[in-house]
Design a protein around this ligand. Structure first.
Ligand code: NI
Length: 231
């Protein structure tokens, strides 16, 4: 028994130390080590993060971190795009990859159903899939994949550096997983649907257990509130 406790505390210690090291290596230029650690920890225990909250200027994370912001990527037609191409639009953004066996297809299906549940409001919302597996998710791979979920779903990829940069802005955790018995690798990643406002800032995070109807209602509420505030 004691031995089991000792081994599990050693494992826990190793996990924390590993995460700390990982945070140190991957922390963004405008991120303190503490913030980086908190976000990597949140990545590991994904479901327990955040806090969908309404409000004008964007979602405030603990420590005053603002999610979202500028990015440079490539769409599924091979065209270079930036956040400025989407300025003034509402976005539903999901970070995933086309080889994902289960979670990504489920979440993309939820996102598509949420758009359908919104009625006319859906027209002011652009759904985006940003891949965290740029090695395999070429524009062509995305072009083949995204229409399976929604006719307006756009797939964005980029260089590994561009993907790392946008993932950092949205505090997305992702890592390659290669097991000896597998010929292909998988990607481990955090799984949230982000509502991004016309200013490019994240307004809400939707957890995987939310239904399309809940997401639709939350999006409509945010868009209505923004309309009333005149933004
Ligand atoms: Ni996935």
């Amino acid at each position: 028994m004691l031995r089991v406790i000792r081994i599990s505390s050693l494992l826990l210690l190793a996990l924390v130390a590993g995460l700390w090291g990982y945070s140190w290596v991957t922390k963004g230029p405008d991120e303190t080590l503490g913030e980086a650690f908190a976000s990597r920890l949140a990545g590991v225990f994904g479901q327990d993060m955040a806090v969908p909250s309404a409000g004008g200027g964007g979602l405030q994370m603990p420590g005053g971190i603002q999610l979202g912001g500028p990015f440079e990527l490539v769409d599924q037609t091979g065209k270079a795009v930036t956040d400025r191409d989407y300025a003034g639009r509402w976005l539903l953004v999901y970070f995933g990859f086309t080889f994902c066996p289960d979670v990504c297809p489920t979440e993309l299906g939820t996102m598509a159903s949420a758009l359908d549940a919104m009625g006319p409001t859906a027209e002011s919302v652009t759904p985006l899939l940003i891949t965290i597996d740029p090695q395999r998710d070429t524009p062509a791979a995305l072009a083949d994949y995204v229409p399976r979920f929604h006719p307006r779903l756009q797939g964005l990829t980029g260089t590994p550096e561009q993907i790392a940069a946008v993932a950092r802005r949205y505090r997305v955790y992702y890592a390659k997983v290669q097991r000896p018995e597998m010929t292909d690798y998988l990607m481990d990643h955090s799984s949230f649907i982000y509502l991004v406002g016309p200013d490019g800032r994240v307004r809400s995070l939707f957890r995987p257990e939310m239904t399309p109807e809940q997401i639709a209602a939350a999006v409509e509420g945010q868009i209505r509130a923004a309309g009333r505030a005149g933004s």
